[in-house]
Design a protein around this ligand. Structure first.
Ligand SMILES: Nc1ncnc2c1ncn2[C@@H]1O[C@H](COP(=O)(O)OP(=O)(O)OP(=O)(O)O)[C@@H](O)[C@H]1O
Ligand SMILES: [Mg+2]
Length: 341
């Protein structure tokens, strides 16, 4: 049976989009999905292999398939480096077939993360890896320096390095206010489809413009490893993300933030004390609007709520404090402290 060009294209796109999650059942699932025979599916798989889009990894009667990945690696001594030069001379020339919005995002993410290594890590080595396949571009920027969470912990005198993740999620945190404004990680993490920071035994994971999460790892990974991944057909625009956190009533810039409060509940800790609240609200006065996302928070204590929702707004009336995803217990506690104004 002969298919139209459009149907062939659809089958090939299906193969490409499903191969990563179904490396060994790809043929069967494609047969089922389109109600076509195995030889037909093999024909299109073979064409995709000839075009270097797919490759076979298993052999014999049970072949496995995967997207062909091209991986590039570079290592630099962290001395007199300039991130924009590395971008334009080394990385950008390898991304010629990428849409301009995605290329701009890659440029922003790469130069921000490489600049962090140069200015904050104290590392001897900057290691970069670029991985490209038919669907995605992945950039890894790694260093062997102090480690981002430890650096923030030291700079703020925090008790645990995992408290540093909250500061990154807020945005506008910098350990070097004379030369930096604390924007790089906030915006980079939101504009890529996937964004990870691995450092020692902590991982920060962000998926697009959703709130990030944190996990503890078994392995102790020295330094800081940032991994950013974006689909080649992502419609994201860097400008949209900047605009979302800008305030139309103010000069252009970073004025709004959204904070996942659950990041404070490390090791199942309840949110009850004024000290916890003070950690949450520190630097809120630098924003004109703060959205507190209570997803995953079942309850909060009276002292915590009083500090955040009565003491802080009385002191800083210009900051518009909003809440989202509050369950009834949390909502009621907020109402209770606000009624004693
Ligand atoms: N590779 C790293 N090693 C150690 N610390 C880091 C690293 N990257 C970031 N940091 C820490 O995280 C903070 C926040 O980084 P971020 O890029 O968001 O802001 P910034 O670099 O301070 O300011 P901007 O990006 O606006 O110039 C830094 O100020 C620094 O303390
Ligand atoms: Mg930075």
């Amino acid at each position: 049976m002969k298919f139209t060009k459009e149907v062939v294209e659809m089958i090939k796109i299906f193969l490409i989009q499903n191969v990563t999650a179904n490396p060994d059942t790809l043929t069967a699932m494609t047969c089922n999905h389109f109600q076509i025979t195995k030889p037909t599916v093999y024909k299109y798989i073979n064409e995709l292999m000839e075009d270097k889009v797919l490759e076979k990894t298993g052999s014999g009667r049970f072949p496995k398939y995967q997207l062909v990945k091209t991986v590039y690696n570079w290592e630099y001594e962290n001395k007199n480096l300039e991130e924009d030069i590395i971008w334009s001379k080394v990385i950008a020339p390898l991304l010629i077939e990428i849409n301009s919005n995605v290329k701009e995002i890659c440029q922003y993410g790469f130069t921000e993360m490489a600049n962090n290594v140069i200015d904050h890590s104290g590392a001897k080595i900057l290691a970069i890896e670029l991985t490209v396949d038919y669907l995605k571009t992945k950039i890894r920027v790694a260093d062997n320096g102090i480690g981002i969470f430890r650096k923030i912990q030291q700079s703020l005198g925090l008790e645990h390095p995992d408290q540093a993740i909250l500061e990154l999620a807020k945005g506008k945190f910098t350990s070097d206010p004379e030369n930096h404004s604390g924007e790089g990680i906030f915006f980079t993490s939101r504009v890529f489809d996937m964004f990870f920071i691995f450092s020692h035994q902590l991982t920060f994971a962000g998926f697009g413009n959703e709130d990030g999460t944190m996990r503890e790892e078994k392995d102790d990974l020295p330094g800081t490893w940032v991994i950013m991944e974006i689909n080649k057909n992502s419609p994201a625009l860097l400008k949209d993300i900047f605009d979302e956190y800008a305030d139309p009533g103010k000069d252009p810039g970073f004025h709004k933030t959204r904070i996942p409060v659950k990041l404070m509940q490390h090791e199942g800790e309840s949110l009850i004390s004024r000290s916890q609240a003070k950690r949450l609200i520190s630097r809120f006065d630098r924003f004109s609007e703060v959205i507190l996302d209570f997803e995953g928070v079942a309850q909060i204590g009276q002292a915590f709520a009083d500090q955040v929702f009565r003491v802080f707004p009385n002191k800083y009336p210009a900051v518009n404090l909003k809440t989202i995803n509050t369950v009834p217990d949390v909502k009621n506690m907020i109402k209770r402290v606000q009624s004693t104004k």
